[in-house]
Design a protein around this ligand. Structure first.
Ligand SMILES: C[S@@+](CC[C@H](N)C(=O)[O-])C[C@H]1O[C@@H](n2cnc3c(N)ncnc32)[C@H](O)[C@@H]1O
Length: 269
């Protein structure tokens, strides 16, 4: 299966809504909020800054451009109309935030018009990531910043012991839902080739907490996909989902992934 996030608008409405639910769950988890604050919280933006998120999903991260990065207004660009509608519902009544259907590789925004471009867990899903990076460079003002953050997907795990079957669900989910597994290990080269000067790079460990809301969506989507592709019988998938929930209620569930953030600047002149 090709990564459904790479062409989400073409997937059926039920899958788009399921992914929107997973994005909402992930965005609101305190550990995820702290990852975003860690790399967005100390950017130096000019007065009245205009920021754009490429791949804005359900809009929470676009809102961070104002609440964490200090931009005055922000635009989220996203190909899935279902995601855009969800984002508009979440932030209805906040005139500083706008969401539009569009593509990161060709935004239609004027050249040199934006102070900050953010790509948060986008580039791993874009088949030609260099096109999105070049577009960010084009629309940024000289001196403007790009912030890229994505999973370092090879580190994703739910394993608590040797040969733990739950870990296979996580690996299968990643295998089926990520186009560029290594994007954050290649990001310096991608940004450099587009003309950016590299700034701070940080690693961020994410451990599922409490009810493990987001990580359970990973387990469930991995299990369902194994059924769809004939790897598992439905009853086995249900048993593995139940195993994950039993671990959550007995405090033995472990879900982990590293994220990496990279800041870069469009040179002045
Ligand atoms: C994993 S979600 C992340 C959404 C949001 N940034 C967040 O962290 O909640 C990736 C999003 O990128 C969008 N996307 C995929 N390809 C895109 C492209 N070429 N241009 C803009 N967005 C794209 C998907 O539709 C999806 O909503």
């Amino acid at each position: 299966m090709s990564d459904p996030y790479s062409n989400l608008a073409n997937e059926d409405d039920a899958l788009q809504a399921r992914i929107a639910d997973a994005m909402d769950a992930r965005c609101l988890e305190p550990a995820q909020v702290e990852i975003r604050r860690a790399y967005l919280g100390d950017l130096e933006l000019p007065e009245g800054a205009y920021a754009v998120e490429f791949g804005s999903g359900t809009g929470h991260v676009t809102n961070d451009l104002i609440e964490m990065a200090g931009a005055t207004k922000a635009l989220g660009i996203e190909p899935s109309p279902i995601m855009v509608e969800r984002a508009r519902q979440h932030f209805d009544g906040k005139p500083s935030l706008r969401f539009e259907v569009g593509d990161a590789r060709n935004t239609g925004l004027p050249s040199s018009s934006v102070d900050l471009v953010l790509m948060h867990t986008l580039l791993c899903h874009v088949p030609d990531p260099q096109d999105a990076v070049r577009e960010a460079h084009r629309i940024l003002k000289p001196g403007g910043l790009v912030a890229v953050c994505d999973g370092d997907y090879d580190t994703a795990t739910a394993q608590i012991a040797d040969f733990d079957p739950l870990d296979q669900l996580v690996r299968f989910m990643i295998n089926q839902n990520v186009t560029n597994l290594w994007v954050m290990r290649q990001i310096g080269e991608l940004l450099g080739a587009a003309g950016f000067e590299l700034g701070r790079r940080c690693g961020h460990g994410y451990v599922a907490e409490g009810e493990a809301g987001y990580f359970l969506t990973v387990i469930d989507r991995g299990a369902d996909r194994m059924v769809e592709t004939g790897v598992l019988f439905p009853q086995t998938a249900e048993a593995l989902k139940a195993e994950a929930r039993s671990r959550v209620s007995s405090n033995t569930f472990f879900g982990f992934m590293s994220y990496v953030s990279q800041i870069a600047r469009k040179p002045i002149g």
